[in-house]
Design a protein around this ligand. Structure first.
Ligand SMILES: O=C(O)/C=C/C(=O)CC(=O)CC(=O)O
Ligand SMILES: [Ca+2]
Ligand SMILES: [Mg+2]
Length: 398
């Protein structure tokens, strides 16, 4: 029980306690913890300068024991009436805060781990080949993205310009006509690793601090022309949006589920059949201008984040505090479980109809896309993973 007056059905109860960076008018950005309709000012409540730096990095770098200790302390503070007098003055209404990018992003990696998404994109981008490439079931495919354009939820999505190639004719340069979203889950690295030393599956929880939502905005016309043979480049690097609250891995223990059965035996460094695997029951919702368009199921992801981390470091590449790796677009087998508009509209050939009767293939200037998600929490109720939103603005005049 808590002395806090938590709203009924809050996804931000004692079993969540996500971390973010906030400011109020005229004050410097600092670390806070979301609880109900409030934010606890951690810099003030703990007096620890690590929470006054304006990003979570310094705290994340302290490692899993420090993460567990602070979480245990927060639980004591919020449950024991004796702490009320000292803690309550440091609660700020959530409606009064500005939220900032919570993490100084070091490297950004994007995976491709939804089988349904990969099959759909394969069918559309490579209609003359098998939907899944020969390597897909043997390793979690990924690429290194652009860390410097990872921004917090709410950052305007300026329509990117670039080269695209009409079916008949020469390449042209101009604003993307196929601007899209990618609904993903992101994993934030806290503890670095040593160069030359792979991180085994079992060490996932030693390194990964927490989870956020990711919208990996994508310009499909730029992408389909530029990506051969080196993979995604300018079609995705213009912006990646993340949710402001990082949910600690500890809050997701009750959400752990077995991943889908794998079709081929895995090499030992990826084989989690005898381990406690890291499938996660995260239910995502995608809204366009407030209207629900899709419910991508994260529990169906073929590759888990622990396998992604093991693969990402299998060659000895080291981790830095603040590294962000995203799951890849989350799509399920049903049409209304697809995590991108290229899939929802089947490459623009089958427009979707929204609740208000309007139709869409790709995004129109003025559109707002919002991703939210929930997962089972320790109390039995679902915890919230916050939201990541962005509004499309027209390309600047040339
Ligand atoms: O199949 C392709 O060539 C490209 C696929 C993507 O755009 C996916 C990507 O960025 C990774 C992902 O989000 O799943
Ligand atoms: Ca992506
Ligand atoms: Mg992107």
């Amino acid at each position: 029980m808590t002395w806090l007056d938590l709203p009924a059905g809050t996804g931000l109860g004692l079993d969540n306690l996500p971390y973010g960076v906030f400011s109020t008018t005229g004050t410097a950005p600092r670390t806070g913890v979301a609880i109900g309709d409030s934010v606890l000012d951690l810099a003030a409540a703990t007096g620890d300068d690590v929470h006054a730096t304006g990003s979570l990095n310094a705290f994340m770098a302290r490692g899993p024991q420090a993460w567990a200790e602070l979480r245990a302390q927060l639980t004591r503070w919020f449950t024991d009436e004796a702490h009320r007098r000292t803690v309550e003055p440091h609660l700020v209404p959530r409606s009064a805060v500005t939220l900032h990018l919570p993490v100084e992003v070091a490297d950004y990696v994007d995976f491709y781990s939804s089988r349904h998404h990969a099959e759909n994109l394969g069918r559309m981008f490579r209609p003359d080949s098998a939907p899944l490439t020969a390597n897909w079931k043997h390793l979690p495919i990924g690429y290194h993205g652009r860390a410097g354009t990872v921004q917090v939820s709410g950052t305007p999505v300026v329509r990117p310009s670039g080269q695209r190639k009409p079916t008949d004719g020469a390449p042209v340069f101009g604003p993307s006509q196929r601007l899209d979203i990618e609904a993903e889950v992101g994993f934030v690295v806290g503890t670095p690793s040593e160069l030359g030393r792979p991180v085994p599956l079992a060490d996932f929880g030693e390194h990964v601090f927490g989870v956020c939502l990711v919208n990996d905005w994508s310009a499909r016309d730029l992408q389909s022309w530029e990506y051969v043979p080196l993979g995604p480049f300018l079609g995705k690097s213009f912006l990646t949006s993340v949710s402001p609250w990082v949910v600690p891995l500890a809050a997701l223990q009750a959400a752990r589920v077995a991943p889908p059965a794998r079709d081929v035996p895995l090499l030992p460094y990826l084989d989690d059949t005898d381990a406690d695997p890291w499938g996660l029951d995260i239910a995502i919702e995608v809204r366009l201008n407030g209207q629900l368009v899709s419910c991508p199921p994260f529990d169906l992801m073929y590759w888990t984040p622990a396998q992604q981390l093991a693969h990402m470091t299998a060659n000895g590449a080291s981790l830095r505090t603040g590294d962000l790796f995203a799951s890849g677009t989350v799509s399920g087998p049903a049409r209304d479980q697809r995590g991108s508009f290229i899939e929802l509209s089947w490459g623009g050939t089958e427009p979707i109809t929204l609740a208000d009767g309007s139709t869409r293939t790709f995004l129109t200037d003025g559109d707002t896309v919002t991703l939210t998600a929930t997962a089972p929490g320790a109390s039995g109720a679902r915890i919230a993973l916050g939201e990541v939103t962005g509004r499309v603005e027209p390309a600047p005049a040339p």
